[in-house]
Ligand binder design. Sequence first.
Ligand code: LMR
Length: 399
Amino acid sequence: MSNIFENIKEAPKDPILGLTEEFKSDINSNKVNLSVGVYQDDSGKTPTFESVILAERKLIELNSSKTYKPIDGDSIFLDESLKLVLGKDLYSEFKTNTFGFNTPGGTGALKLASDFLFNFSKNSKVWLSSPTWPNHAPIFTSSGFHVENYKYFDMKNNNIDFEGMLESIKGIPENDIVVLHGCCHNPTGADLNKDQWIQITEIIRKKNLVTICDFAYQGLGEGIENDAEGVRTLLKNLDNLIICSSYSKNFGLYSERVGCLIYHSKNMNNYSSVQSNFKKVARTIYSNPPSHGSDIVKTILSDEKLKSLWEMNLSEAKNRIINMRKSLVENLVKENCSRNFEFIINQKGMFSFTGLSSHEVNQLKEKFSIYIVNSGRINVAGVTSKNVNYIAKAISSVI
Ligand code: LMR
């Protein structure tokens, strides 16, 4: 007798996490992992921030209970998350009509947003930037949505195709859902400037699009406040906004799975109905959030000393990435690389869209054990002063 399990076909490997599995089994001692977006220090280790270690010590001393958190999470954590994303001024202005949901990572926030919206907007399409994080489309299609792309990046000029983006977004039907990247665009590293954010926000407002802002890298591009410029422009001008933030990267809390969905509405009438429906959806996906990661974030953000130590830890990470961008380009020039990669210097956050073809990416893996996502995206935070010349030599030799 056959059963359903016997007919299941192998699922494809995850385009990002699958590469790390391959990297781990590679025996080349020079191997370099530039695939998954995880910060590494100059010795190639993913450090636990000192602020996180101190917060964990404090938590052990407190010896607090492991009972369930509320469905939406700890109220102090949520309040601190709002302050961080909204900033001081918008927090005072909007705190009564903005709520948060502690989610298992930024991915959990996106899934919560997606399942919630599908309950009320089944016929809407979800519009993603082209290109985007490879997990975006599967998250939205898994809720039942049909996914489309708007123009974002010009591969020839290695920069944003802003005219193309404006035109595409103007063409999105009213009430459809658009997903924007708040900063450190994944995978390109190419961000909108202040004026471009204003223009995009105005179109979205006029067209009444439902907007999700994926905000997973606050602080890793140009700093905590500057990186929030786009999100805050959306907040000021849109009637409704969903923000999906993550503490994986800016607190280095990858495996703790801690993120936050933030919902803002200018219409108070329906505010509590929306909140109750988010609760209903969260209950069916993960019931209530894990506590350790959010307790660390709460402890740091609500303690002035720990908060300024965290800001220093984060700023060091951001500056190291900026320096590695410069160093990689300098090394490529030194190796007489036949292609100009100077645009890498201007890209923001962990990632750079290098323009390397999938053939070149494959050659880098086969010949040099350098692991890069097939789209040509590199995690600049995986470049160190020790491996930078090896990477530059290898790239120069495959192109
Ligand atoms: C990435 O894009 O590499 C990170 O966001 C990690 C992930 O979950 O894909």
